[in-house]
Structures are given as structure tokens and as C-alpha cells.
Ligand binder design. Structure first.
Ligand code: AMP
Ligand code: GLY
Length: 410
């Protein structure tokens, strides 16, 4: 079976790695991919926003299933272009991807589906959250608790152009909950916790995510499926009712508040870096499941989840999230893997001498798997310690609080 993965980040490397383990007859292609994916499959120099180029490539290679990583091509209609040409694709139509592409649309769908979310505020005053509508790669959200932060947030959100949304500040712990969807059915994957802020102690600006762990203590697999049944399913029903059924990965960003779970946002694709902890724990035929979802029938698909834990730590460029890094040589990748960690490439490239160099903000994600979060964390950080490039930076507190709780509970 030939799979074409669209994208070039750590999420796509983790998908390539996991799909390659789905069986002996899997052939992985990626567009454009990255140097990590190139060790698993074939990378093709077609950008993820080149819809016609991707269609041509899928036809040329006689691809059986296209799996789309990033949101932008989905919102631009890549899945529609491929489906129209008769090519199976795991990823929603442009219409269904509006659940991520437009915060206004998402609010409307949530309201119609009766799924609880943050209230939109009529007045802009602290405390509140100010968001740029539309895609902003996780960087268009400003949490404001003071008047000065409101001022800065308004300016920051305005810089993205377009509409601004102001909503109630939700208090609680966050959960990323992925579900594989075939338009009507949804299978919960293991819940994960993402670390959005740039610096230790959840300080600094929001980023695409600096690390993640799974499972989340206190949320069982049954709890996760129940959350999916009460949050994802009504949204699937509402999208189907509107004539745009959602086929792909529906990712709910939840806040577990004192009044119950509230949706912060939906994404129309796998999360990054959560995928780098969710997939290493997944048991069973992932490729078969994605193909079944793409074909519109997940009934009978069963996926297991290992009774282990995974922690991933993002190694970013020195100026991330303000700007990415390029051309700095990266060393220690083999040594990192030798510690037992999984090293997923995110923003890397080959230079003219075929050395691996930085090429982005989030450069690598290093995952450790272990019997519990503490063990997984130790493996991930042992890997991170081996990796070097000019300006390399990572958070030191990924999964720290959760792993301490785990040990104190025995
Ligand atoms: P988003 O891009 O909507 O996922 O927002 C990015 C991050 O901002 C979320 O992961 C939360 O940490 C935070 N955030 C967004 N909306 C809210 C809200 N209403 N209340 C509290 N935090 C929020
Ligand atoms: N880690 C957050 C996201 O993928 O949107």
C-alpha cells in the first residue's frame, strides 16, 4: 500500500514512522517531507500548499491513501481536489476544515451542536482571551489578565489582519483529545497534554507547542471515549447536517473547568507535538484505520493503547517563536537515538554537504516511552541532552508536575 504524507514537521515524521510499522507492504512517500522522513520513505519536492502539484504526484505514484498533516492545505481544499480525482484521503474537505479555519464558524457549529465552549464577550476587558480569527499557527491567541495585556493583545491580534474574537478566560487544565472520524463515527485516541507557552513554568508567549505527554493522569481511556461521545460526536452530526461531513482527525482542545469540560478550539488535523506522544502508544493497524476512515466506515476498527507513557520535548531555535533558525549544523542525533529516544525531525534540512541543519522554529521533537511518565521523561531528556546546535533551546519542565504526582501516588 502506497501512502503519501503531506507536510514536513515532527507530526509528519511521527506519522511516517508509525505508518511504516503498519505492515511489510507499506511504502511511504512524503511531500515535501524532511531529512528524518527521508530515512523511512521517499521525499518529493512538492510543497504542501501546491494542490495541483500534490494531485499530480499522487497520480504519478499511484498512491492508495493520502494523509494530510497540516491545516493550511486542508482549509485550501486539498482533500476536495484529491477526492474529486478519485484518490482516497484522510483529511476533511475545505468546508469541514472551517471548524479550525474560522473561529466564528467553529463557535456557530458548537452552539448549534450544544457543546459547551467559552462565551464570546461583548466588552473587551480583563480577564479575557483575544484571538485573531483564521489560521495563525497557534500564535494568534493572547491571554489577558491585566489592562496592559488587553492593549498588547489587541495589537498582537490585529497584526494578523482579519477579525478579532474576544472570549471568556477559562480556568482549569488543558487536554488535547484526538478522534479518528469517518463522517459519522469517532474513535478516541489517548488524551495528551500540550505545553503551549515558550518558557518553563508556562511563561512567555504562546507557541505551536513545546512538548507533550500522554496519558493524562486521571483521564482513563473510557473517560476519553466518553468525552469524544459528548464533544466530537455532536460536532460530527452538526457538520454532516450542514452537508460537510468531517473525515479525518478531529482534535478538540479542551479546558477541564470546575463546571465541566469546555472546548477551547477544534483542529482539523493531528496536533503537533501531541502526535509524537499519541502515536508511539497506539497499538494496532493505524494505516488500516486511516484508510477505513477515508472510505467512510470505521465500524469494526479497533485500536489498542499501550499501558505505557510517552513524553516529547521540542528542541527549538533560540529565537522561536519570534522567528525560526536556518543553516545551523545539528549534531548528536545518532547519540540521541542511541539513548532509546525517538528523534522526530521538525524544522531540519540537508545543506550542500548533506549535513543536517536547522530549518525552522521547532527543529526537533524528542520522544521517550517508558512504563510511566517519570521513566518516559527520563528517556526524552537523555535524548535531548545529546543534541546540539547554535541557540538550541527546550523547556525543562515537560510532564514534570504530572510525573511528580504519579510518583507520590506510587
Ligand atoms: P487556541 O489557538 O485557540 O488553541 O489557543 C491557544 C491557547 O490559548 C490554548 O491552548 C489555551 O492555552 C489558551 N486559550 C485559548 N482560549 C482560551 C480561553 N478561552 N481561556 C483560557 N485559555 C485559552
Ligand atoms: N499543539 C497544538 C496544535 O497542534 O495545534
Amino acid at each position: 500500500m502506497k501512502v503519501l504524507l503531506v507536510g514536513s514537521g515532527g507530526r509528519e515524521h511521527a506519522l511516517a514512522w508509525r505508518l511504516a510499522r503498519s505492515g511489510p507492504h507499506v511504502e511511504i512517500h512524503a511531500a515535501p517531507g524532511n531529512p528524518g522522513i527521508a530515512r523511512i520513505g521517499h521525499c518529493h519536492p512538492v510543497r504542501s500548499d501546491d494542490l495541483e502539484g500534490l494531485l499530480d504526484l499522487a497520480r504519478q505514484l499511484r498512491i492508495d491513501l493520502v494523509v494530510v498533516g497540516p491545516e493550511a492545505p486542508l482549509v485550501a481544499g486539498l482533500a476536495d481536489v484529491l477526492r474529486h480525482a478519485g484518490i482516497a484521503v484522510f483529511g476533511p474537505s475545505a468546508a469541514a476544515a472551517q471548524i479550525e479555519g474560522s473561529k466564528g464558524f467553529a463557535k456557530d457549529v458548537l452552539l448549534a451542536a450544544g457543546v459547551p465552549t467559552a462565551r464570546t464577550l461583548a466588552r473587551v476587558e480583563a480577564p479575557c482571551v483575544i484571538k485573531a480569527d483564521g489560521l495563525a499557527a497557534g500564535k494568534g491567541v493572547f491571554v489577558c489578565t491585566t489592562a496592559a495585556e488587553v492593549e498588547a493583545g489587541l495589537q498582537g491580534a490585529a497584526a494578523f489582519g482579519g477579525e478579532i474574537v474576544v472570549e471568556e478566560l477559562l480556568i482549569g487544565s488543558e487536554l488535547s483529545l484526538f478522534a479518528l472520524c469517518d463522517g459519522t463515527r469517532a474513535i478516541a485516541l489517548t488524551p495528551a497534554q500540550d505545553f503551549k507557552r515558550a518558557y518553563d513554568g508556562d511563561t512567555g508567549p504562546n507557541t505551536g507547542g513545546m512538548g507533550a505527554y500522554s496519558p493524562v493522569p486521571g483521564i482513563s481511556r473510557a473517560d476519553a471515549q466518553q468525552l469524544v461521545d459528548t464533544i466530537h460526536l455532536p460536532v460530527l452530526e452538526e457538520l454532516a447536517r450542514r452537508g460537510s461531513p468531517f473525515v479525518g482527525l478531529l482534535y478538540a482542545g479542551l479546558m477541564l473547568t470546575a463546571d465541566g469540560p469546555r472546548v477551547i478550539e477544534f483542529n482539523a488535523r493531528f496536533g503537533d507535538p501531541e502526535t509524537q506522544v499519541v502515536l508511539p502508544l497506539l497499538e494496532g493497524d493505524l494505516l488500516g484505520a486511516l484508510a477505513a476512515a477515508a472510505a467512510g466506515d470505521l465500524s469494526g476498527v479497533e485500536l489498542g493503547i499501550a499501558s505505557a507513557a510517552a513524553v516529547t520535548v521540542v528542541v527549538a531555535g533560540g529565537d522561536y517563536p519570534a522567528r525560526g533558525d536556518s543553516g545551523s549544523e545539528i549534531t548528536g542525533l545518532d547519540a540521541a537515538e542511541a539513548t532509546g529516544a525517538l528523534v522526530f525531525h521538525a524544522g531540519t534540512a540537508h545543506d550542500a554537504e548533506h549535513r543536517i541543519v536547522t530549518n525552522g522554529g521547532r527543529v526537533l521533537t524528542v520522544t521517550g516511552v517508558g512504563a510511566n511518565l517519570a521513566a518516559a521523561r527520563a528517556v526524552a531528556y537523555a535524548g535531548v541532552e545529546q543534541i546540539h546546535f547554535a541557540g538550541a533551546r527546550h523547556r525543562t519542565d515537560i510532564a514534570l508536575i504530572a510525573s511528580n504526582k504519579e510518583t507520590s501516588h506510587g
